[in-house]
Design a protein around this ligand. Structure first.
Ligand code: HPA
Ligand code: ZN
Length: 329
């Protein structure tokens, strides 16, 4: 039995495995410019975040109907459950779908078909987090929030993703204020490729409660001290960092030093279909290649539930935390 954990940094569009991409392409009459799944997998050789994002957005062409989004999410939840994920807070990128003529309702209700039955079917509780694309305009983000208003009963929070450098958090001040006024929780990607200053800005200007990635905080000791003091969670994604060349090899990843510094680190998969592994695979990799001890893996699992948005269900959080403490490696 795998270690129980929460996954807090997971883009549902990044769980599109080549096999499902081809199946959905056929169902929807979409032509993919790859001969087969092997040829597609060979394209997963990324130089940086942008080269990944180009393929990530292109493959979304196969996602058209509620059924497609439901199948995508259900496949993820089945895989996650098999790797010990008990709770998943799932990102989605509505602008990438709206731009292709797929409506907000198709995306949210499609995802919800799978999320709504996830507990009964997979034993995984879920939350949905709507991300804005930071390389799109602030106006577009505000319009997207308006489009989402009929579906806010399904959406726990907002996030910020896509190309980071040159798109600082302050660009999205207004939409984060509007979302806060609507009672939405706030997170943002910061310090993946962008500088540590973007992490500080996300905290100060956007009022985020968690930082997605946050890897580059290590370049700013005063920021590290603040993150430790304020118990700000970081949703790290080790295998993603290797595949997108944020670190040279997994052995170079600062996770052990970050844990030693007292940072509230969590380990997540980001875009598992593209980056070589789901949540449990990331835990296995930091154990095998970064030398994290079993008790450090338990700390990461504990942190994942502490950092989760289970504040509306403390009884459940306590149950999950008890599972972590009782786990025998
Ligand atoms: O790792 C990521 N970083 C930024 N944007 C993203 N969108 C999907 N995955 C990512
Ligand atoms: Zn991400």
């Amino acid at each position: 039995m795998p270690l129980p954990k929460a996954e807090l940094h997971l883009h549902i569009e990044g769980t599109l495995e080549p096999e499902l991409a081809f199946a959905l392409a056929e169902r929807n009459g979409v032509n993919l410019p790859y001969a087969d799944t092997e040829a597609l997998r060979r394209a997963y050789d990324f130089a940086d975040l942008q080269s990944f994002l180009d393929l990530y957005y292109a493959l979304m062409a196969v996602l058209r109907t509620e059924e497609d989004f439901a199948d995508l999410a259900d496949a993820y939840l089945a895989r996650a459950a098999a790797q010990g994920v008990r709770h998943a807070e799932i990102f989605f990128d509505p602008q990438a779908h709206l731009a292709r003529g797929v409506e907000m309702g198709t995306v949210v209700e499609g995802l919800w078909r799978a999320l709504g039955e996830s507990e009964a079917k997979h034993g995984v509780s879920t939350r949905l987090i709507m991300c804005f694309l930071r390389d799109e305009s602030a106006e577009s983000a505000l319009e997207t929030l308006v489009e989402a208003k009929p579906y806010l009963h399904r959406i726990t929070g907002i996030g910020l993703d896509s190309a980071e450098v040159g798109h600082p958090p302050v660009k999205f001040r207004e939409v984060y204020e509007a979302a806060a006024a609507l009672g939405l929780r706030r997170v943002a990607h910061a310090g993946e490729e962008g500088p540590a200053a973007y992490i500080t800005e996300a905290l100060d200007v956007l009022g985020v409660e968690r930082i997605d990635h946050g890897l580059r905080c290590v370049e700013d000791p005063a920021l590290v001290a603040r993150l430790v003091r304020d118990r700000i969670p970081l949703t790290l994604c080790p295998l993603s960092n290797v595949r997108l060349r944020a670190v040279d090899t997994l052995a170079d990843h600062p996770l052990p030093a970050m844990l030693d510094a007292g940072l509230l680190c969590t380990v997540n998969s980001d875009d598992p279909a593209y980056f070589g592994g789901y949540a449990g695979d990331n835990f296995d990799a930091v154990h095998a290649q970064l030398g994290l001890k079993q008790e450090q893996l338990r700390e990461l699992a504990r942190n994942s539930f502490v950092a989760s948005f289970l504040d509306d269900d403390e009884e459940r959080r306590a149950r999950y935390l008890a599972e972590v403490e009782a786990y025998v490696f």
